[in-house]
Design a protein around this ligand. Sequence first.
Ligand SMILES: Cc1cc2nc3c(=O)[nH]c(=O)nc-3n(C[C@H](O)[C@H](O)[C@H](O)COP(=O)(O)OP(=O)(O)OC[C@H]3O[C@@H](n4cnc5c(N)ncnc54)[C@H](O)[C@@H]3O)c2cc1C
Ligand code: SF4
Length: 443
Amino acid sequence: MDQTLVNLAFYSSTAIIAAIVVVIYIRRREKQSRITDEKISKAVQEGLHEPVSLHPYVDLNRCLGTGACVEACPEKDILGMRKGKAAVINASRCIGHGACFHACPTEAITLRIGTEKRGVDLPHISKTFETNIPGIFIAGELGGMGLIRNATEQGRQAAENIAGVLKKNENAEYDLVIVGAGPAGIAASLAAKRHGMRFLLLEQDTLGGAVFTYPRSKVIMTSAMDLPLEGKIRLSETNKGVLLKLWQNIISRHSIPLRENCKVESISKDNDVFSLSTSDNQQFTSSYVLLAIGRRGSPRKLNIPGENLEKVAYRLLEPEAITNKNIMVVGGGDSAIESALLLAEENHVIISYRNEVFSRVKPANGSALNKALASGKLEVMFRTNLIKIEDICVTLTSEADGHEIQLSNDLVFIFAGGELPTQFLEKTGIKITRKFGETIMKH
Ligand SMILES: Cc1cc2nc3c(=O)[nH]c(=O)nc-3n(C[C@H](O)[C@H](O)[C@H](O)COP(=O)(O)OP(=O)(O)OC[C@H]3O[C@@H](n4cnc5c(N)ncnc54)[C@H](O)[C@@H]3O)c2cc1C
Ligand code: SF4
């Protein structure tokens, strides 16, 4: 009898413990789902839920809910747990390095480009990276394969493929002009140097490509890269400063002919020779062209006097380093509003916008802007156009009556939209296809 009671007590306490564990598990799962649902609604509101390029796709039939992908992803809130399975939250922030893909023990994650609703335009490229226009090649993120290591590898291979078919043409100044000095363009120029080509590297901005635009504190994840003339570069986790320094040293050690602040505006072909026209009215002729221009596009310029002054920028890199300045932000889209709000924390900021209302900003930005305006943190000058930039001031005209307004100024940020890389490709005659959720990385 005593033994029966002991057994009963044992089984009951085991059942109670099991029930407690199950309740804790269910509560935890519900809490995770609630948090993920809230984050998804916020992401939808802010326009970050829909992917813009590479992103993880979760096969719910395979997902066992280990959460390994969420743990593995170093970017914030791209994946979360919902109803015991992985769910995508801020898909547009995915940078596509596939840490989630490798971490998943049940191979439930694939990386896709585009979705059923939103297609992503990708150029046609052959196995050798050549486009439909013989002589024009594409490498790096522009072709759909992001990441520093992948872009480096493609840049190297594309330049080597060109070296393999190159016939010297004395009518062209160069054998190869490489457009874009990001990871793909840097690797391609080292390969071109190794193969003894006459070549030039053109960059609309500054050496480093997308890496130059990373926040200073961002941890860069990359695997070993094989750089021509340098060999294996073993980096795993690094930062922007280290990587940029490394590239600057390599470019100068190998005397790579790099021209910064030189945007290629158009490419035409005449008698087997390409002619590239740049924003500073230069013209270069070349037998081959390698486009390594990434997917971020080119900022639109206003073409006004003083726009080439150092105080003018087309993106905001480190707002925390800017204090006590008179700043003019030009534009009425989300980039302009977000930058103005960040700068207004420590500076006097005026937004100049040519229309009379901000009609195309995300709701969250609109309400943050209204708060900042109400508290006097920043000012907006609607229906104005910036017409001149000088060292210590700027001049605007009013659309209402045409009168000129001069304001003291230390810095100007212009967010006037830009040309997408696909527009540049179309203009050049390169064929593009829209991909709707094509799998790029699968087991
Ligand atoms: C915020 C963020 C974080 C990331 N983190 C990582 C990470 O941790 N690890 C990782 O591996 N990858 C990361 N990536 C992705 C990685 O940066 C890109 O995949 C990689 O830089 C692509 O290299 P690319 O050379 O193809 O193009 P890009 O780096 O974009 O370089 C293209 C260059 O071409 C120039 N250009 C464009 N048009 C013209 C023109 N008309 N004339 C002249 N020049 C032109 C541009 O100014 C740019 O410098 C991240 C990306 C972002 C945005
Ligand atoms: S690919 Fe990288 S950034 Fe994108 S979700 Fe997976 S781990 Fe995160």
